[in-house]
Design a protein around this ligand. Structure first.
Ligand code: ADP
Ligand code: MG
Length: 396
C-alpha cells in the first residue's frame, strides 16, 4: 500500500495545526556535549520546514542515546541549539517529553513555532510502547509525521503506540526518500548489481546477504566478517578474529551462492598488525600473515580487485567498512571503496551507521545516490522485514 506523505496533504491540513514530527535526532555528542556530527539533524530539516512554511505549529520529538531514566548528559539541549541554527528560528525545549509543563508550552504555541520535546527515552514508556505514554504524546497533535527512519524498526510509543491517538498520520519527506531508494534495491535495477558487505560480524549481515542473493550479480566481502568466510573456504587468516560459531552460516551461504552462480569476492591480502594500537603495520598475503598478527584492513591487491568490480557495476549497495577505518592506518581500504562507489554513474546506496560515516570521511557523500540515515533500520529493510514504524503508518 502506498504511504501517505506530508507532501500529499492539502495545506489546510497543516495551516494553524499542531503537527508532531517524530525525527531521528540521535546524533553523537562531543565530550563537551556539543553535536559531534549533525547529518541526521540536517536530514530532518526539510520536513520541519515544509510544515512551518504552511503555518503549522511543529512539535519535534526524538530520543538521544540510551538514557537510564532522566540523564542530564543526554538532554536534547545541544541538538535543539543546532536545529535552531539550521532552521533560523527559535526552538523551545521542554523540561520533559510529557507532563503539565510540556502541555502548557504546546498549548501556547503559535503558527510557525517550533517546540522540541526533551529526550523521549527519559521515560521508560517510550521503549515499552506504553499505552498511557502513547496517549499523552498523541494528545499534543492533530497531525502525526514519522520522519525517523533510523527508528522505524522499533515499535516504540513515538513510532507505533501514539498513532491511534492522532487523527491524521503521514510519513515525512526523509522517511519517504529512504523507503523509495531502499525499495529500488529489492526490485528491478540496472545490472551488473553488486553488494559490498563488510563490518564486524557475520551474524549482523547474514540476513542482508541472504535477501540479496537472488538479486545481485555478486558480492564483495571485506571487513572482519570476511575472516569467517575465508576460514569457511579453508583459507588461513593468522590470528584474525573469526566467529567460529558462525562458520556454518558462512559455509551454507557460500554453497547457496555457488549453486546460483553468484560471484563472491573475498580478500587476498591484508594490512596486518598485532593489535589496533601497534606502532607499525604490515601488508601480507592472507596465507602469510605472521603469527600473532591480524587482518585489520584489506590490502592493496584486494582493494584493486574490489575497485575494479565496483567501477564496472551499474548498481551498488554498500554496507560495512572494509577495515578498522576509525584508525587512519587501517582506513585506506574503506576510503578507496567509498571513492570507487562514488565514481560510478549508476544507482549507489549506502546503509549502516559506520559505512555512512566512512563516506563522509572520504568526502564523497554528495556523489552517492542515497546515504541512509538508518543503521539497523536500513539493514532490516534490505533483509526484507516489515518495519513496525512503517507498518503502523500503512494502517488506515
Ligand atoms: P555499519 O555500521 O556500517 O553497519 P558495522 O557496524 O557492521 O558497520 O561494522 C563497523 C565496525 O567494524 C567498525 O567499528 C570497524 O572498526 C569494524 N571492523 C571492520 N573491519 C574490521 C576488522 N578487520 N577487524 C576488526 N574490526 C573491523
Ligand atoms: Mg555499526
Amino acid at each position: 500500500m502506498a504511504l501517505r506523505c506530508i507532501s500529499d496533504l492539502p495545506d489546510s491540513d497543516l495551516a494553524g495545526k499542531r503537527v508532531f514530527v517524530r525525527a531521528d535526532l540521535n546524533v553523537p555528542l562531543t565530550p563537551a556535549r556539543g553535536v559531534a556530527e549533525d547529518n541526521r539533524i540536517v536530514a530532518s530539516v526539510p520536513t520541519i520546514e515544509y510544515a512551518l512554511k504552511r503555518g503549522a505549529k511543529v512539535i519535534v520529538a526524538s530520543h538521544l542515546g540510551r538514557p537510564d531514566g532522566v540523564t542530564p548528559a543526554l538532554s536534547l539541549e545541544p541538538v535543539g541549539a543546532r536545529l535552531a541554527e539550521l532552521l533560523g528560528r527559535e526552538v523551545m525545549l521542554t523540561d520533559e517529553a510529557i507532563g503539565d509543563g510540556a502541555r502548557k508550552v504546546v498549548a501556547d504555541m503559535r503558527p510557525g513555532d517550533v517546540v522540541l520535546l526533551e529526550n523521549l527515552r527519559f521515560f521508560a514508556g517510550e521503549e515499552a510502547n506504553d499505552e498511557g505514554f502513547s496517549r499523552q504524546l498523541g494528545a499534543y497533535a492533530e497531525v502525526y509525521v514519522n520522519d525517523a527512519f533510523g527508528c522505524a524498526h522499533r515499535a516504540h510509543a513515538s513510532t507505533v503506540g501514539m498513532l491511534p491517538h492522532v487523527p491524521l498520520r503521514v510519513c515525512g519527506l526523509l522517511l519517504k526518500r529512504e523507503i523509495e531508494f531502499l525499495t529500488r534495491l529489492l526490485g528491478q535495477v540496472a545490472h551488473p548489481y553488486w553488494a559490498v558487505i563488510g563490518g564486524a560480524k557475520v551474524s549482523d549481515k547474514i540476513g542482508v546477504l541472504d535477501n540479496l542473493l537472488s538479486r545481485v550479480d555478486g558480492f564483495v566481502i571485506g571487513g572482519a566478517m570476511a575472516n569467517t568466510f575465508l576460514k569457511a573456504r579453508g583459507i588461513a587468516v593468522g590470528s584474525s578474529r573469526v566467529e567460529e560459531n558462525k562458520l556454518h552460516l558462512a559455509r551454507e551461504f557460500l554453497q547457496r551462492a555457488q549453486e546460483r552462480k553468484i560471484e563472491i569476492l573475498l580478500p587476498v591480502d591484508a594490512v596486518t598488525a598485532p593489535g589496533l594500537d601497534a606502532a607499525s603495520t604490515g601488508v601480507h598475503k592472507l596465507s602469510d600473515i605472521p603469527a600473532g598478527e591480524m587482518a585489520l584492513d584489506i590490502g592493496p591487491e584486494t582493494t584493486a580487485g574490489f575497485v575494479d568490480r565496483i567501477t564496472r557495476a551499474k548498481t551498488v549497495f554498500w554496507n560495512g567498512p572494509m577495515g578498522v577505518f576509525e584508525k587512519p592506518q587501517f582506513a585506506d581500504g574503506t576510503l578507496a571503496i567509498a571513492r570507487a562507489i562514488a565514481s560510478i554513474s549508476g544507482l549507489t546506496i549506502v546503509g549502516g551507521g559506520d559505512s555512512a560515516a566512512a563516506v563522509h570521511v572520504a568526502g564523497v557523500a554528495k556523489k552517492i545516490s542515497h546515504i541512509s540515515t538508518g543503521g539497523g533500520a536500513s539493514l532490516e529493510f534490505i533483509e526484507g522485514r516489515t518495519l513496525p514504524g512503517i507498518a503502523a503508518l500503512e494502517k488506515v
